[in-house]
Design a protein around this ligand. Structure first.
Ligand SMILES: Cc1cc2nc3c(=O)[nH]c(=O)nc-3n(C[C@H](O)[C@H](O)[C@H](O)COP(=O)(O)O)c2cc1C
Length: 328
C-alpha cells in the first residue's frame, strides 16, 4: 500500500507535472557543489589534479601561440609551482606532475631564448621544481606539419559519417570486450575544457546486469535482448569548477560522440540511449552499475556486432539552410 502511494507520488512529480525538473536540477546542483573544485579549497587528490591540469594547460596553450609574450602568466605559474610542489610532497611522482615539469621547463627555455634574466626568485622556484621532478615528454608543445594532417585526412570522411547510424538490431555474436577498451582508448582523444577529460566509460559485459540497467532506461524497448555490451558514459563533477556546471554535459557529450564514432570505425553497431531520468532513477542506475556518487550520467550506449542485413530508421536531417547562418 505504502509502495503504491510512493509510486503514485513519484509518477505525479516526475511524469505528470514539471515539478520533477526542479528536483533534478537540485540533485545536479547538490552534486556539483559537493564535488566540484574551488582553487581556495583543494582537499581531494582528484580535485587537485583537475585544478593542476587546468592551470598548467594555460601555460601549454600560451606556449603554442604564434608569438608568446616573454614572461607571460607569471601569477598563474607562481601559483602552479606552489600547488604542484605541495601535490608532489603529498602524493609523489605521477605522469601529471612530470608533464607539468615538462611544460615549465619549456617555459624556462622559451624565456631564456628571449634573453629574459632568470636569476631571480620567480625563475629559481621554477628551476627548483624542474630539477625536483624530472620532466617527461608529455607536456609543453609539439610540432606537427600540414603534410601530417593532409596524410591523415586522405580518406572518405563523408562516407564514414554518412554510414554511422543508430542500430537497434544487433547480431547475436559476442563483442570482444578488449575491442571496447581500444574503442574507448581512441575516443579519449576528444577535446575537453582545459584538457580536463572529466569523463568515464563504464563498460558492462554481464547480460543480466545489462538487462537490469536497461530496465531503468526508457528507450530500448524491442531490442533490449539483442544488446551485447552496454557502455554508460559519465561526467566527473570533480573535474569542474565555478560557472562550469553545464560543462560536464558538453565535455561528456563530445566524448560520447567520439565513442560512437570509434565504435563505428571498429565496425561495431551502436545506439545512444538517453539518460533523461528522474534523479531517483539516476541514483538506481548508479547503484546498480557501481557508479560513484560524484559521477553524472551523460548517456548509455548499447553495443552489438552488426548483422549482414538490417533495417535502420532514416532519421532525415534538416535542410542546411535551417541550421547554417553566415554572418558578415
Ligand atoms: C543523447 C542521445 C540519446 C538518445 N536516446 C535514444 C534512446 O533512448 N533510444 C533510441 O532508440 N535512440 C536514442 N537515440 C538515437 C537517436 O534517435 C538518433 O541518434 C537520431 O534519430 C539520429 O539518427 P542516427 O543516429 O541514426 O543518425 C539517442 C541519441 C542521442 C544523441
Amino acid at each position: 500500500m505504502i509502495t503504491r502511494i510512493k509510486n503514485k507520488i513519484h509518477a505525479l512529480v516526475f511524469w505528470q507535472t514539471r515539478i520533477g525538473e526542479l528536483f533534478n536540477k537540485m540533485y545536479d546542483l547538490r552534486l556539483f557543489y559537493k564535488y566540484s573544485f574551488d582553487k581556495n579549497h583543494l582537499k581531494n587528490q582528484g580535485r587537485i589534479e583537475h585544478y593542476l591540469t587546468k592551470q598548467y594547460h594555460i601555460i601549454e596553450k600560451g606556449l603554442a601561440l604564434p608569438k608568446p609574450r616573454p614572461e607571460f602568466g607569471k601569477d598563474v605559474i607562481s601559483n602552479l609551482v606552489i600547488k604542484s610542489t605541495e601535490y608532489y610532497h603529498e602524493y609523489g611522482k605521477s605522469k601529471l606532475i612530470e608533464s607539468i615539469s615538462a611544460c615549465l621547463n619549456e617555459y624556462l627555455i622559451f624565456n631564456k631564448k628571449n634573453n629574459i634574466e632568470t636569476n631571480n626568485k620567480y625563475y629559481t622556484n621554477i628551476k627548483k621544481f624542474v630539477t625536483m621532478v624530472k620532466p617527461n615528454k608529455l607536456g609543453g608543445t609539439k610540432i606537427i606539419t600540414k603534410q601530417d594532417i593532409n596524410k591523415a585526412i586522405d580518406f572518405d570522411f563523408e562516407v564514414f559519417l554518412r554510414t554511422r547510424t543508430s542500430i537497434r538490431d544487433f547480431s547475436d555474436k559476442n563483442v570482444d570486450i578488449n575491442q571496447l577498451k581500444e574503442v574507448i582508448n581512441l575516443a579519449k582523444l576528444a577535446p575537453s575544457v582545459c584538457n580536463r577529460q572529466g569523463w568515464k566509460a563504464h563498460v558492462y559485459n554481464n547480460s543480466l546486469l545489462i538487462k537490469e540497467l536497461l530496465t531503468l532506461q526508457n528507450g530500448n524497448r524491442g531490442f533490449t535482448d539483442s544488446v551485447n555490451k552496454l557502455i554508460i558514459i559519465t561526467g566527473n563533477t570533480k573535474a569542474f569548477t565555478k560557472l562550469e556546471s553545464n560543462q560536464i554535459y558538453i565535455d561528456g557529450g563530445i566524448f560520447s560522440m567520439n565513442v560512437l564514432l570509434s565504435l563505428h570505425s571498429a565496425g561495431l553497431g551502436a545506439v545512444a540511449l538517453n539518460t533523461c531520468l528522474p534523479y531517483t532513477i539516476e541514483k538506481k542506475v548508479k547503484k546498480t552499475g557501481n557508479i560513484k556518487d560524484f559521477e553524472k550520467l551523460i548517456m548509455m550506449i548499447a553495443v552489438g556486432e552488426i548483422k549482414d542485413n538490417f533495417k535502420v530508421a532514416v532519421s532525415n536531417r534538416k535542410h542546411i539552410d535551417s541550421i547554417y547562418k553566415a554572418h558578415q
